[in-house]
Design a protein around this ligand. Structure first.
Ligand code: ASP
Length: 328
């Protein structure tokens, strides 16, 4: 692979809308699959027109933040005080650039702010008030925290408080309502020049303690990109993904252990499980291999490869479940 060619055949793209558990009779999840499909199509068109991997993952995650079907931006889950506290990160494989924000409640698009941190600040990670001050200073759109809140999340918070749990959105949503909004969002891309990028955005966990930060915002855990190995975006029990140093573990196994992307992701996911976590990731390696592994019941996902034709979408692991393109 050359990182300097301009070749449309190098393009790869994948995105996710969270991992979790759904009852087997929950149906094909058409609304979510349609949203993932259409956003993936927009990102792929941008890549084909010469857009960078960073442009593609930013666009896709910003669109997903605006979509109330997922746990990011509008529709994000709520902390113990009933507020959305949003985390987001972006990673650029070309030079290991990264930018992240944690615990923001007033920034219209957390992923836009994360990208601004990467491109327009001397730092890589901002939190809460300081992150929001930076957003204002950079002229990014600010919103009322209430504008992120949808009724389902208030119901989930009330249920979590009744049971005294701090719930992964997707597991809780599955138990409460099979058609409920679902998980964290993320995207990975390889562009026409062979550069990789990843982006992730989330509301985190329902009923989380104020100030809690998950793996999404942590480079080398839930979000990672390096052109020498892979780009990846995770979803699941953030504490376990941080303790597993998920992104860095996959990178290290590929770089110095000679493992394939699939084996490296599986080993890192095994580690997450040993640490008590569930979830999955979407990943693309430097050679264009796409892997979408998970140890939970479902992973909402869509992917496209320059050699593969149509955009595919899937929810379940089991091929017998209704889960492949075309989306109705
Ligand atoms: N990983 C996210 C977090 O722990 C949650 C998720 O993927 O839904 O903040």
């Amino acid at each position: 692979m050359s990182a300097h060619r301009d070749d449309p055949n190098l393009i790869r793209f994948a995105l996710h809308g969270g991992a979790g558990e759904l009852p087997a009779d929950a149906g094909p999840q058409d609304e979510q699959r349609r949203a993932l499909h259409d956003i993936a199509a927009e990102a792929v068109a941008l890549l084909q027109a010469g857009g960078s991997a960073v442009d593609a993952v930013s666009l896709a995650v910003e669109r997903l933040e605006q979509c109330p079907l997922f746990n990011a931006g509008i529709g994000a889950v709520l902390n113990r005080d009933g507020l959305p506290e949003l985390d987001a990160a972006i990673a650029r494989g070309e030079d290991r650039g990264t930018g992240a924000v944690a615990g923001v409640s007033r920034v219209g698009s957390p992923i836009r702010l994360a990208r601004a941190v990467m491109e327009r600040s001397p730092h890589v990670l901002f939190s809460a008030d300081g992150a929001e001050a930076l957003a204002r200073q950079l002229g990014l759109p600010m919103v009322d925290p209430q504008s992120f809140i949808i009724p389902l999340r208030l119901e989930q918070l009330a249920a979590a408080k009744r049971s005294g749990s701090i719930a992964l959105d997707h597991v809780d949503a599955a138990a409460a309502a099979p058609d409920a909004a679902f998980g964290t969002v993320g995207a990975v891309a390889r562009d026409r020049r062979g550069h990789l990028a990843a982006a992730t955005s989330t509301g985190g966990l329902t009923n989380k303690l104020p100030g809690r930060i998950g793996d999404t915002a942590v480079f080398g855990a839930g979000t990672f990109a390096d052109d020498s190995s892979c780009a990846l975006s995770c979803t699941g029990t953030g504490e376990s993904f941080i303790r597993a140093a998920f992104g860095q573990a996959v990178h290290g196994r590929m770089r110095w252990g000679g493992m394939s992307l699939a084996d490296a992701c599986q080993a890192a996911l095994d580690d997450v499980r040993q640490l008590g976590g569930v979830g999955g990731c979407i990943a693309i390696d430097r050679d264009g291999t796409i892997c979408l592994p998970f140890n939970s019941g479902v992973l909402f996902r869509a992917w496209w490869s320059a050699d593969g034709g149509a955009i595919s979408t899937a929810v379940w692991r089991d091929a017998a479940m209704p889960q492949t393109a075309p989306v109705p």
